[in-house]
Design a binder for this molecule. Structure first.
Ligand code: ATP
Ligand code: MG
Length: 578
């Protein structure tokens, strides 16, 4: 290409159109900038109107403080802002805007009309087309501001070509409005598309607004999070049941600014670890307040990202607080349209035993189950509210059927036992006494080449969990102890199964520590399986042990351990109640 025509400064109109591209890349960003201005002006009500998904018309009307007639042209000048006075003010921004760039950028690529009135002044009106002021004079109107943007990108065909379908652009606009509506729950929002009202939010508390934005399906399965120290954090968390296939239901606010944050998304993932399957994403709205000097809001042209001064600490705090909130309430998977998740209303504690007594013994009690469950020094944790469950029986040799205050409870015996064993292995590792149980007759094992290879690397984790293995010739080892809670299983088969699970790093648990993966493998191969008959005493013991775990409501694969059918729903199904 022979494009070298010598260096020249661009004429202002061209420069402005180029700069505008940074701020205004689609109708959604126009809506975002205008609504932010309305919020900065202290509006209590904001109405957004659209025609042609914003391409033909965007109008934002607010009841904010307005702009004085004489200042109206200034609002459209680059770097003209009423919000900061000097660069140092960037350290303590509390408004959405601060650059004085949005309105000139929009006006450079559209036809814009602004009508505004301050409390003690007259209304005035200004029009600007492609960056050139075309009129300015008196008008009439209430206190507040109305900005109308027409023919967006009329003079930037490339921009226009890159727009997606009207439906997609409308979705982006709605998302922008939702994000700001979360940031300002005390402001009423209305969205009118082609003359039809499609969204209306009354002024309301943050938690209500957050649930409204998450939508009724997710809102039915949420809990509140509120922490003051060391970070001011408020949020609405979806229960595991509300987890989504995509990250669409995660919203983050930092000092009232909606932001994208891979860091906070990762913190959520970490907090929900083992509570939901690895391929699902938590639903959550998180609002953080940090001292302004700990956040840099000026790192992205559209201000949709921020930088945190101490990322590591923030990650840890958010992960911990979210996890704590999740574990405080029972995260039972509730079937059907019950409004709240969990057994929250069911008091009662683990001390209440099933009243049935023993059942006729099955032919073969599950190997090691009672041994494993009766470990005397089982860790006791601050228990979540665990219902007292009366065991009714076993279904299909797979599920435990129980009753809690008239609710029907179904427990997956394998998943439940896995959770119990996993937590015990993790809690009692690291050299504590009683972890390992010596084998009366040590087992000599020939290792396959793959197994022999991974063994040295695995040794510390094996020992921590309770396996004791010593070399016994080339490619031969002697197994002298196994985890105490797995003593009921054949030691050789268990050991080989665990090694097999850990070979190759590409399984669903690849991201976890070796110890954790080994505990998962051990728990998985030790736990009772579907098809193992259990008697009533065993089932009651399992349920009680499950109730003692930190997270009784899901196994570490993120599958539920328990499903609950509400008494009320049962009544409705049988038309005892409507
Ligand atoms: N709806 C409104 N109500 C009252 N004043 C407004 C409104 N919209 C804009 N203004 C005034 O116009 C100025 C310019 O707005 P503009 O959005 O271009 O810049 P900004 O908000 O200051 O910074 P940024 O470019 O970061 O958004 C604002 O500083 C504000 O004084
Ligand atoms: Mg602005």
């Amino acid at each position: 290409m022979t494009g070298n025509q010598g260096i020249q400064v661009l004429p202002p109109s061209a420069a402005e159109r180029i700069a505008a591209g940074e701020v205004v890349d689609r109708p959604g960003s126009v809506v975002k900038e205008l609504v932010e201005n309305s919020l900065d002006a202290g509006a209590r009500r904001i109405t957004v109107e659209l025609v042609g998904a914003g391409r033909r018309l965007i109008r934002v009307t607010d009841d904010g403080e307005g702009i004085a007639a004489s200042e109206l042209p200034l609002a459209f000048q680059r770097f003209a802002t009423s919000k900061i006075r000097a660069a140092e003010d960037l350290q303590r921004i509390h408004t959405y805007g601060f650059r004085g760039e949005a309105l000139p950028s929009v006006a450079a690529v559209a036809r814009v009309e602004m009508v505004s009135r301050v409390r003690d002044g007259e209304a005035s009106r200004i029009t600007i087309e492609g960056g050139t002021q075309t009129s300015h004079g008196p008008a009439s109107g209430p206190v507040g501001t109305t900005v109308t943007v027409e023919n967006l990108f009329f003079n930037t065909p490339a921009r226009r070509r890159f727009l997606k379908s009207p439906a997609r652009e409308a979705a982006v606009i709605i998302e922008a409005i939702e994000a700001l509506a979360l940031a300002a729950p005390d402001v009423a929002f209305r969205l009118i598309d082609e003359g039809r009202e499609i969204l209306w939010y009354p002024a309301e508390p943050f938690a209500d607004r957050a649930r409204r934005v998450l939508g009724p399906r997710v809102a039915a399965h949420t809990l509140e999070l509120s922490a003051r120290a060391p970070v001011d954090l408020e949020g609405i968390l979806g229960t595991p049941q509300a987890a989504q296939l995509r990250r669409t239901h995660q919203r983050f606010l930092v000092n009232r600014r909606p932001v994208r944050s891979p860091l906070l998304a990762r913190a959520l993932t970490e907090a929900y670890h083992t509570l939901i399957p690895d391929d699902r994403h938590p639903a959550a709205v998180l609002a953080l307040r940090l001292p302004p000097q700990e956040v840099d809001a000026n790192v992205h042209p559209r201000k949709v990202e921020v930088r945190f001064v101490d990322e590591r600490r923030l990650f840890d705090v958010v992960t911990r607080e979210v996890r704590r909130a999740l574990l405080r309430v029972p995260l039972v998977h509730v079937v059907s349209g019950a409004r709240t998740a969990g057994l929250g209303e069911v008091p009662g504690g683990p001390e209440e035993r099933p009243a049935d007594g023993r059942s006729p013994a099955h032919d073969a009690p599950a190997a090691g189950l009672l041994l494993a469950l009766s470990t005397p020094d089982a860790p006791t944790r601050a228990p979540v509210r665990w219902p007292s469950i009366r065991v009714i029986g076993q279904l299909a040799l797979t599920y435990i059927i129980g009753e809690a205050r008239g609710d029907l409870i179904l427990i997956d015996q394998h998943a439940a036992h896995e959770r119990v064993l996993f937590e015990r292995l993790m809690a009692r590792r690291a050299g504590e006494a009683g972890v390992a149980q010596g084998l009366v007759a040590p087992v000599v094992l020939d290792l396959a080449p793959g197994e022999a290879e991974v063994l040295p690397e695995l040794s510390p984790a094996l020992r921590a969990i309770g396996f004791e293995v010593e070399p016994f010739g080339p490619a031969t080892v002697r197994l002298t102890a196994v985890p105490a809670i797995a003593a009921g299983r054949g030691p050789e088969a268990l050991f080989r199964a665990c090694l097999h699970d850990l070979e190759g790093d590409d399984g669903p648990h690849a991201g976890r520590s070796l110890e954790e993966r080994l505990a998962i493998a051990t728990a998985c191969h030790t736990a009772v399986r579907a098809g193992d008959p259990l008697d009533l005493v065993e089932m009651a013991a399992l349920i009680e042990a499950l109730g003692q775990t930190e997270d009784p409501f899901s196994c570490f694969h993120g599958r539920p351990t328990m499903i609950q059918m509400r008494a009320g729903d049962l009544e409705r199904w049988f038309y005892r109640r409507t």
